[in-house]
Design a protein around this ligand. Sequence first.
Ligand SMILES: [Zn+2]
Length: 375
Amino acid sequence: MLQFRGPPPKLNAVKKERLSYSANAYHPSLGSETAAGLITFTQFTLRFESDLARLDIPLNELTIRVGQGDDARLYFDRVNDPEWSLYTLDFDILKDYAFSSNHHLRVQANEIFGRKYLRKTIIITAAFILFFFLAAFCVSWGMGQMVRHVVNRMPPDVEKSLGATALKEVQKRFAVVDDPKLMARLETLYARLRQGMPDTNVTVQFHILDTDIPNAMSIPGHVFFTRGMFDLLNTPEEIAGTLAHEMGHINEKHILRSIIADQGPARVLSSIFGKQSGTIGMVVLSSQFLVGRTFSKDFEHEADEDAWKYLVKAHINPRGLIETMEKLKEYEDRNHVNTSSILSTHPSTQDRIDRLESNWRSLKQKTGFVELTDY
Ligand SMILES: [Zn+2]
């Protein structure tokens, strides 16, 4: 068949060109079937045509609405004819010339288009924010992993010299008391606790600091208890709990990890790719500033988790750690001080208590702990 080729259409002819949009219609007379067909516009009506049905709605009686919730369909209602349900998924229909040329429809289309656009904007914004947080999370997690990698690759001498420098710093700032009785208590408890640690050969030195403020802290190879801490704690389980927490910091190399993380990604990366002597210097230099430094919440929780495992494995009742925490909180409340600002930090004591209580709830064996009466 030959096709007739006329002159190119004029611009206004294009505008008036009749477009069709696939749509579906439903009417009780069609039974359970939905008629699939096309919508076209004439000058005054919207026409739906299918094999099963034909429907004309005068444009001035036409109302448009979008489905609710997940229903993304566009419905065409006629007030006088509520039994018909006519809808399309083709939102391009709103751009049809019929809509821009009819005031009644234009107002409705603008409202729907505006709302749809707004929803899209909100979704895009939300997606962007989510992406940003995910990216930030990945970067910080990646940094943490890199730092861990660097720290694990460092020769033990780095930690040793770090410990030695930091010890001098502590001795400069605090009076260290010689109390053989308290030292013996710590030594014996540690011998017991060590049985629950992954590396049972870790040796540490204990020191008692001459201050009333209850606290404990650690640097590589050394654990410090204040006199105030012994005044606060009564049972051997509480002292063992505190000791276990400090051992968590030491075993996880938290001080070294903090120092390296402080230096930023460039230093961490350069340590990975070999300039290790620079890193050692940096670590030892930084160690002068680490005494009394505050640990991140993550490190505190990590130390608590480790402590819990050591205690349980060594058959020491881990409730001692919870009781220590409760006593510290009481002390903080009573004295209106935050112990975290004094020595090593223990952020949000209540949060830590809550986490440990949940550990206790999920602990299978809640009895049969070793009696620590002789300690
Ligand atoms: Zn801590």
